[in-house]
Ligand binder design. Structure first.
Ligand SMILES: CC(C)(COP(=O)(O)OP(=O)(O)OC[C@H]1O[C@@H](n2cnc3c(N)ncnc32)[C@H](O)[C@@H]1OP(=O)(O)O)[C@@H](O)C(=O)NCCC(=O)NCCS
Length: 170
């Protein structure tokens, strides 16, 4: 598996993934991403990475700096954090360990910046599979919070927890 930056030619794939029932169920009621606009620019503090398995795109990860993100999705928030969003677009690639691998890449990328102290994630309250998935990676529950029209749980992963987890794996 590798992660590469999303590019304008990913547009139709990303729009297609947005129509999938498992993506709709995890996305909430807020407006879907305007991919055409999003892929054409590289805003400060936000990146989109496509996961590929044998050169075949299977999913996407968004990494933002929540304090700098221009959409202010996370509101007033302390600096030196990152926030991740992730989804696997193709159903046949679910539950095969690829999401875990994507998170490992994304978390390593976040913590490669030595100033980053923790990573946040905000799945819907209803997305219990994702809660289990994040807890297994070392995230812990912080709070229940409404983002826009969506009822979410916020989880956080500390740098030290991730370092310990990596030490156990290696
Ligand atoms: C959340 C998501 C990214 C997880 O990715 P995934 O590839 O399905 O996750 P993994 O396969 O790494 O782990 C999930 C399950 O598969 C199991 N698994 C891990 N490696 C496996 C492997 N090699 N073979 C089979 N199963 C495996 C895990 O034990 C886990 O089991 P669980 O059902 O007890 O939780 C994915 O389910 C997804 O895209 N969901 C829809 C969008 C979404 O909810 N995104 C999160 C929004 S906050």
């Amino acid at each position: 598996m590798r992660l590469r930056p999303a590019i304008p030619s990913d547009l139709f794939l990303l729009r297609y993934w947005d129509t999938k029932p498992h993506i709709i169920a995890s996305s909430g009621k807020d407006e879907q991403e305007d991919w055409e606009t999003e892929l054409a620019r590289q805003p400060d503090g936000r990146e989109w990475l496509i996961a590929e398995v044998s050169n075949h795109p299977i999913g996407i990860v968004q990494i933002i700096d929540p304090a700098r993100d221009e959409d202010h999705y996370w509101g007033e928030i302390e600096p030196r954090l990152r926030a991740i969003d992730i989804w696997i677009g193709e159903e046949k690639y679910l539950g095969r360990g690829y999401g875990t691998q994507m998170m490992h890449f994304a978390l390593d990328k976040c913590f490669a910046n030595k100033t980053v102290k923790a990573v946040l994630i905000g799945p819907l309250v209803s997305n219990i599979n994702a809660h289990r998935f994040y807890k297994r990676l070392g995230f812990y529950f912080i709070e229940r919070r409404i983002f826009g029209n969506d009822d979410c749980l916020v989880f956080r992963l500390e740098r030290a927890t991730w370092n310990n987890k990596k030490a156990l794996i290696n």
